[in-house]
Design a protein around this ligand. Structure first.
Ligand code: SAH
Ligand code: SF4
Ligand code: F3S
Length: 471
């Protein structure tokens, strides 16, 4: 194992040319503005898009009013996500009126799902570009400039944008996302992602490590390795026969520097291995936190959802994580009101949440997505008001669990990475513990700055935040 990592790191060093470049000082004739919706992967993609556009001579702006190109990087995961984007689009109508040369592009999952329909339905839109077609953006912009609508929604089996150095947008200079794989081969019955993002493919391990090393060299202190299902990461070098699993990759990134914190998201419960848990336990800088979405606590619903595990299997996995790392934080995603869900299924979900003791959850009402297995096979038969009241119960239980979890941290001291000033007060710093809890503490007169590690003793808490004092 150690030999393999040494070998791969040596090879990765040779790949450094592909790492992000230093500050860009060129001036640009045309400016682009980009807004991202949906998951962290979309935000990471926007940084790749920014790099492609800069290479073609377009400069980034944070002000849509001065932009010649406006892009919305969209999400399709729930109907509401699409509605939000459509609403936002109408807000650009007056902008386009005052700047008729301005082009509007829809990127990402909604572009992929709706394809030409989007051009027909939204007259404002000049370009529709899917997640695997960003390299063709400069050509599509030229096409749209000449009055022809530009569309490319081809999905790829290979594209990982491995050679593109992301331009870090809205960065705090401390934490960064690094995409390690794209697409998803799981067919969860409710989920649109396999259709919008295509087949799963992993990114060259050398390029991942090189990007993380470059981030460290630029002063970043934390990287989050991103993928829809990071545990099924797999890279194979045919020339040498070297194989890299997610556990290997995690270790390689952890070895970039002991002070570089490493996080990852998302783990599918069926794929997270003991090997990953042991690598996490072995390296202090791999954060003791796992986002392990359960979706439902009922085995019957999990089967309908095609999640491939049972309630008992999931709970055994949580137990195993706690055995290997007793201080590990766990969070989840929960969907309520999936097809045929009964009151008993709902109670199973509440019970599983309690047994897992989640620190945090993202909680959603089921939203039927056209083309998915569930849309084809099952009726969306849980009434809206039942979904709403179940969601309320789930949210209030999670609030209680989060508060209980934070109360257990009272009196404890944590190593906190400072991310920036607290949003509430310029007198306070905001940072995170290894198990991903937000900590706010007074600056006092110490000469600390974002990116510093500091020991903080927790003396108070709310449901979402630990409050403390440096020691
Ligand atoms: N790859 C991740 C999840 C990506 S989508 C995983 O497998 O865990 C993020 C979350 O959105 C999902 O975990 C799920 O809880 C939610 N979600 C996906 N499709 C949904 C739908 N049709 N309705 C409501 N929530 C949905
Ligand atoms: Fe969707 Fe399931 Fe893939 Fe996650 S694992 S992206 S929920 S299909
Ligand atoms: Fe949304 Fe696509 Fe991410 S549907 S959640 S932006 S992969």
């Amino acid at each position: 194992m150690v030999d393999l990592i040494g070998k791969l790191q040596d090879e990765a060093r040779q790949g450094e040319a592909i790492a992000p470049k230093a500050g860009d000082t060129r001036s640009y004739a045309r400016k682009f503005y980009i807004e991202s919706y949906g998951c962290q992967m979309n935000f990471a993609d926007s940084e790749i898009i920014a790099s492609i556009l800069q290479e073609s001579g377009y400069g980034a702006t944070r002000n849509a009013e001065e932009a010649d190109l406006v892009f919305l990087n969209t999400c399709s995961i729930r109907e509401k996500a699409e509605q939000t984007v459509r609403k936002r689009l109408t807000e650009f109508k007056s902008l386009k009126k005052s700047n008729p040369g301005m082009l509007i592009g829809m990127l990402g999952c909604m572009a992929e799902r709706l394809k030409t329909t989007l051009l027909e339905e939204e007259k404002l839109v000049d370009m529709v570009v899917g997640p695997d077609a960003y390299r063709t953006l400069p050509v599509l912009i030229n096409q749209a400039d000449s009055g022809q609508k530009g569309i490319n929604v081809l999905l790829s089996r290979e594209e990982t944008y491995a050679d593109i150095s992301p331009v870090r947008l809205n960065s705090n200079g401390v934490t960064a996302f690094v995409s390690i794989m794209r697409g998803c081969n799981n067919m969860c019955a409710f989920c649109v992602v396999p259709f919008t993002r295509g087949r799963e493919r992993s990114r060259d391990a050398f390029s991942v490590v090189a990007e993380c090393r470059d981030l460290w060299d630029k002063g970043y202190k934390e990287v989050t390795l991103l993928g829809q299902n990071v545990d099924s990461y797999y890279w194979h070098y045919p020339e040498t026969g070297t194989q890299v699993t997610f556990a290997n990759l995690l270790e390689m990134v952890a070895q970039v520097h002991p002070d570089l914190r490493v996080r990852f998201s998302t783990s599918h419960p069926k794929d997270i291995t003991d090997e990953v848990l042991h690598v996490m336990a072995k390296h202090e800088n791999i954060c003791k936190y796992i986002h392990l979405p359960v979706q439902s606590g009922s085995t019957r619903i999990l089967q309908l959802m095609n999640r491939t595990y049972t309630r008992e299997w999931y709970l055994a996995k949580v137990k195993r994580i706690m055995e290997v790392m007793p201080d590990c934080g766990i969070s989840s995603d929960i969907i309520t009101g999936f097809c045929t869900e009964t009151e008993e299924d709902h109670k199973d979900t509440l019970d599983l949440m309690k047994q897992s003791g989640y620190d945090f959850s993202y909680m959603f009402k089921y939203s039927e997505r056209p083309g998915t297995l569930a849309a084809k096979r099952y009726e969306d038969d849980v009434p809206e008001e039942v979904k709403r009241s179940r969601l309320e119960e789930i949210v209030s239980l999670q609030n209680r669990l989060s508060l209980e979890s934070n109360k257990r941290d009272l009196g404890k001291t944590f190593k906190v990475l400072i991310e920036g000033e607290s949003k509430r007060s310029s007198q306070d710093w905001m940072g995170r513990t290894s198990h991903s809890k937000v900590v706010v503490f007074p600056k006092e007169n110490k000469s600390l700055k974002p990116g510093d590690y500091v020991m903080v003793k927790v003396n108070d808490c709310t449901q979402g935040t630990l409050l403390g004092q440096t020691i």
